[in-house]
Design a protein around this ligand. Sequence first.
Ligand code: HEC
Length: 124
Amino acid sequence: MKKISYFLTVLGMVLFLQSCYYDELPADSGVLPTNVSFSQDVQRIFNVSCIGCHSGAIKLDLRSANSYQSLINGNYVLPNDATNSKLIKSLKGDGMAIMPPTGGLSNSDINTVIQWINEGAIKN
Ligand code: HEC
């Protein structure tokens, strides 16, 4: 009997602490809620439409282990400024060769990438 009440006390403490954690997160994080995830949504587009070519041999490595660093370090993405980001210019064929060269992305995929950049281009 003693063991059970000990177990329940510990369980109660864990649940209590967890509820605190979630209560405080939005107030303290200072990060706006975001709808687009780099790892889930943007990388999925790269996997389907880009890494057939951009896997290390040519400029801009878009494989999941390297894509974020390549985009930021190579200045392809200007956080919060999709319009002037080379990545978006390439997807639209705006002053750059359109990517993928075999045919552009759907508008909804382009909009996903635009939204990710305009939400701060974070590695989420
Ligand atoms: C069929 C092959 C192919 C596919 C698919 C492809 N690319 Fe490219 N891409 C190239 C080649 C080739 C270049 C020129 C590379 C160079 O200049 O060394 C290039 C260049 C680029 C550049 C400009 C690099 C620079 O600094 O000049 C960007 C940005 C780019 N691609 C993005 C993408 C994105 C994003 C996708 C997917 C949506 C994509 N590409 C899909 C072949 C491809």
